[in-house]
Design a binder for this molecule. Structure first.
Ligand SMILES: [Zn+2]
Length: 403
């Protein structure tokens, strides 16, 4: 895949509409935004694109994807029924064993699809279990080097079948972090392992030993889930991991009474634990505004895309922001800007990318242009992406990767 990189390393984006409403020329050089000046005032370099007043946003951030699970590239695979997390895990294994197309091919197709829709950085959970070992992780470690010109991929070693209930998984997670995963995952310490302290001991122990971040899947409901969230917050404070711990889904937050929700949200905020939501279909969803009011970093992810867990999804983070707005009853411009921030500035904070993120001089030249007149319209309409720029090079135009 070749990007349209000018020979002198510069790229001039003419006549962009900035999120604050200004019309500007934006010059990128050496992977960064070098200069922003009023539209028509900067001279062209060897690479130029006229945005014609399209809205220019920071590259979108996918906070939770499973590249290894996707069935893209295999033809249509009918969904196999299974109710509950444990049943779905078994259904997935039976589908996985029948696949002839390797992870590297399926995952690459999904990377290319999400990049064409404006995602320039992503956090990818990759299954680590007794059957797969580290094979999925090794495939994605290799893939992320090959797609480096398109997107940054952070890898989470994800124990999809549990941690303490599965012989050898703790050692596999240790091996995954040594091999190059930056984040250690977890899954329903109560619901899957039946041992909250046991799973969290392993996960936090590995994070401390390897200097890794943490991102746990948590579907456990109600008061049980809330207890686990407060326990994760307590351990985050105790281990000095503030800002490095996230909980994905946290469905429990969508069902708590007002007082318990307030106490749990404040514990998460005080500890620096972020919450990822995907606007999860029929399941309870964390109340985004309430968490933000408490100071919790909330961010967004697609989760399953065309895989054994869901036949739906496309990895378009503007569409995901729209789905989040729909689920949360967001309607005002301020609300829709909040929805986008979950796949932009707030996601950057959750993933430790905030220093480089934004449309300002010195920021990473990871950008997406959308034909919309403002951020709320971009969320509502989520039109085809006019241009996607990664590290200062054009990687996609009009919704398709550059050849
Ligand atoms: Zn997930």
């Amino acid at each position: 895949m070749t990007a349209e990189a000018p020979q002198d390393g510069s790229l001039l984006l003419r006549d962009a509409l900035l999120p604050d409403g200004r019309r500007a020329d934006v010059r990128c050089r050496s992977g960064r935004i070098e200069r922003i000046a009023p539209a028509g005032s900067l001279a062209g370099g060897t690479g130029t694109a006229d945005l014609g007043g399209a809205l220019l946003l920071p590259g979108l951030i996918e906070g939770h994807i499973h590249l290894d699970k996707t069935l893209l590239g295999t033809g249509w695979v009918p969904h196999v029924a299974g109710t509950g997390v444990a049943a779905r895990i078994e259904a997935e294994k039976s589908v996985r064993r029948s696949l002839a197309i390797p992870v590297s091919v399926r995952a690459r197709q999904l990377v290319e699809q999400v990049v064409a829709s404006g995602t320039t950085s992503m956090r990818c959970h990759v299954d680590v279990d007794a059957e797969l070992g580290l094979s999925g992780l090794e495939a994605l470690l290799d893939l992320r080097e090959r797609v480096r010109s398109l997107a940054d991929v952070e890898l989470v070693a994800f124990p999809q079948s549990g941690v303490v209930g599965q012989r050898g998984v703790a050692a596999l997670l240790d091996g995954a972090l040594r091999a190059g995963a930056e984040v250690v995952g977890g899954l329903d310490p109560a619901g899957i392992d039946g041992d909250v302290a046991g799973q969290l001991d392993v996960v936090f122990g590995l994070a401390e030993r390897h200097g890794a971040a943490i991102d746990l899947h948590l579907h456990d409901p109600g008061e049980l889930g809330a207890f686990e969230l407060r326990e994760i917050a307590r351990r985050t404070r105790a281990s000095g991991l503030a800002g490095r711990v996230a909980v994905s889904h946290a469905w429990a937050l969508g069902t708590l009474d007002d007082r318990t929700l307030g106490e749990t949200a404040q514990a998460l905020a005080d500890a620096g634990v972020a919450i990822m939501t995907s606007a999860p279909g029929p399941w309870p969803m964390p109340p985004v505004k309430r968490l933000v009011e408490h100071g919790v970093t909330v961010f967004a992810g697609s989760d399953n895309i065309r895989d054994p867990w869901s036949p739906l999804g496309n990895g378009d983070m503007l569409e995901r922001a729209s789905l989040i707005a729909y689920r949360q009853g967001f309607a005002s411009d301020e609300d829709l800007e909040l929805a986008l921030s979950l796949a932009s500035g707030r996601a950057a904070r959750a993933l430790g990318l905030a220093d480089d993120h934004g449309v300002h001089e010195g920021a990473a030249a990871d950008l997406v242009a959308v034909r919309a007149t403002c951020v709320p319209e971009a969320v509502a309409a989520h039109p085809v992406r006019a241009l996607v720029v990664k590290r200062g090079a054009i990687v996609a135009r009009d919704g398709a990767l550059c050849a």
